[in-house]
Write a protein that binds this ligand. Sequence first.
Ligand code: KG4
Ligand code: ZN
Length: 336
Amino acid sequence: MRILGIESSCDETAAAIVEDGRRTLSSVVASQVDIHALYGGVVPEIASRAHTEALCTVVKEALDKAGLTMDGIDAIAVTYAPGLIGALLTGLSFAKGLAYSTGKPLVPVHHIRGHIAANYVAHPQLEPPFIGLVVSGGHTSLIKVKGYTEFETLGITRDDAAGEAFDKAARVLGLPYPGGAHMDRLATEGDKNRFPFTVSKVHDAEYDFSFSGLKTAVINLVHNMTVRGELIDGQLKADIAASFTKAAVKTVANGVTALYESGMRLPLVLSGGVAANSHLRAALKGITEKLGVGFFVPPLSLCGDNAQMIAAQGYYEFEAGKRAGLAQNAYACMEA
Ligand code: KG4
Ligand code: ZN
């Protein structure tokens, strides 16, 4: 069964064709990074307009690359939530029009479920149940994946997502947008013990996360140094990046460790844009090896937003009977 996936929840316009939720026939991602870099972050209205301009071309390219026309597609899967509402509406409206005009079924896919499903494409042998750890620009969640369409949220960030903290830390250090990957590289060159940032704990909810304190701490540190006339450059900059990364990784690792200390034995499956972080990958690999539980992580190309993950999850949602009608709406929030 061939699914055409369409993703437009933030600043990537993506389309992909995936067979039976596992085999990628084509994948196209048009990134808007260059446009938003001018403003140091995603400008929602500009994102929506850029999606509108790119959607037709990106979908056509995905079909061409797979050597298919819409006749060879069995269903269309589209991200309907969560994300930037204007951005989501462009992809959803496009998908509804395409479904209506071709008579193909339309399947609504939750973006977070999609991130988890990136691992089905990367690891053909992976099957639920497992623990999904989604760490992205907008989300940080520990989820028990009981079945392909059965999820239970065990822990969630109470404020900012990990990626948001990485991006703000990068911005205050003068790194280009989006800063996550730059922070990753810079942290490798720094002394992670130079600035002992506090690792937040959420009282009475050990699987929950909090990143706003760490975000504020790094902003204040750099601000105070700048006021004192210190040049935030060279080794100092790398040391701040390394110390911040150590605390951010520890925040995520603490939630994971607490869950496994409660007796959890299911494999850990990492996903989302921040899953690309080499320090986080190494820390979680070490923790799971010690615990003797499996650890799965997608290649870098499947960590950030893409449509393979939407088509993959779309297959399982389709099999479970989920369909979007022509009145399907988009939702900005996580709970939709
Ligand atoms: O999953 P994603 O593409 O979008 C959302 O659904 O939010 O995640 C984007 C986030 C950004 O915050 C970006 O800076 C971060 O992932 N990111 C990284 C790395 N690569 C991307 N953060 C830390 N280290 C990285 N190597
Ligand atoms: Zn995402």
